[in-house]
Design a protein around this ligand. Structure first.
Ligand SMILES: Nc1ncnc2c1ncn2[C@@H]1O[C@H](COP(=O)(O)OP(=O)(O)OP(=O)(O)O)[C@@H](O)[C@H]1O
Length: 311
């Protein structure tokens, strides 16, 4: 079942179609990636989903009904890219205050915060001030204050920026755990490696429009280019066949592209006929990074600032 559905959302600024007729669904309990180049419209979309902006047109369906920013806000945890914590306030007090704003009683809030602080190795921070934290440490605190009430929908904008690999891995495990316990996670980032690792489903936006909407696996299948890696047991003298083109070769490792009308078995047959032993043979799928660049590079997103709004 979809927890969130956007139906034909539009948001126009004076000179920009920031979000131009975007629709998609996000399944409950999934980890969803919202991707796009700078200025694509992601923050504008997230601000509509969190009730900070009203859409100019279109509907947002949340948890089976029309999204009500005032009532639904406690079911949503949003960690924006510009972090907002009170610098002079003690960390424990701040976490308690924010948890109570999200609807938890003081006792409940205390119990939840203590358990999160323990899990993320932050127990000794309670009486420190936010201004005494490093960038990565305040990032961790911001994550905890976003998720501690286990909201139905968790929106994380660049959650790993500034985190060392150990802390990034701690937070990643918590994101998986939250999704397993039923929270739905929207994850916005420019780091495609993280998206491949974490997200089930992605939407790519560019120039205010949706240009991709599918599972990571399916997108990789859709953009594959018939490329295979082959490792031979011995280095062959020459490799040349009408069935494939050799793209790369190093010490018995070949990357080949199969030509139109041929199949992977034709490549294997070539080596078998020559009595060359094949040690491994596997398909090369494109990375999300390659797909992103391919789809976005030609559209010159930066020229968007000159785009005119027409009715
Ligand atoms: N308050 C505003 N007034 C006018 N135009 C705006 C405003 N906020 C954003 N825009 C424009 O709307 C478009 C979408 O911006 P948005 O911030 O949603 O992009 P983004 O995908 O979040 O980009 P980034 O990855 O750089 O954060 C951009 O062209 C931007 O210039």
């Amino acid at each position: 079942m979809a927890l969130l559905e956007l139906q034909n959302l539009k948001k126009y600024y004076a000179t920009q179609k920031a979000v131009d007729d975007i629709s998609f669904k996000i399944e409950e309990g999934s980890i969803f990636g919202l991707l796009g180049p700078n200025g694509a419209g992601k923050t504008t979309l997230l601000r509509m989903i969190t009730g900070i902006f009203y859409p100019d047109e279109g509907n947002i369906i949340f948890d089976g009904g029309k999204f009500n920013p005032i009532e639904d806000v406690q079911k949503i945890g949003y960690m924006p890219e510009e972090r907002g914590l009170y610098k002079k306030m003690k960390i424990g007090e701040q976490a308690l205050y924010l948890a109570q704003l999200k609807g938890l009683s003081r006792a409940d809030a205390m119990e939840k915060i203590k358990s999160w602080f323990k899990k993320l190795e932050m127990e000794s921070w309670w009486n420190k001030k936010v201004e005494d934290l490093s960038k990565g440490m305040s990032q961790k605190l911001q994550f905890v204050t976003t998720v501690m009430h286990e909201p139905r929908l968790i929106i994380l904008d660049e959650p790993f920026s500034g985190l060392d690999p150990l802390n990034a891995s701690l937070i990643k495990d918590e994101i998986y755990g939250l999704a397993k316990r039923g929270s739905t996670v929207i994850f916005s980032t420019h780091r495609m490696g993280e998206v491949e690792e974490i997200c089930d489903h992605i939407v790519l936006v560019n120039l205010g429009k949706k240009i991709l909407d599918n599972t990571v696996q399916q997108i990789k299948q859709d953009f594959k280019e018939n490329k295979f890696n082959i490792k031979l047991q011995e280095v062959a003298a020459t490799v040349s066949s009408g069935a494939f083109e050799v793209l790369n070769e190093a010490a018995g490792n070949y990357t080949v592209k199969i030509k139109e009308g041929f199949k992977s078995n034709d490549v294997l047959k070539y080596f078998i006929d020559q009595q060359i032993n094949v040690e491994s043979f596997n398909e090369v799928l494109p990375s999300l990074n390659e797909i992103f660049i391919k789809l976005v590079a030609d559209t010159h997103a930066v020229t968007r600032s000159f785009q005119k709004v027409s009715a």
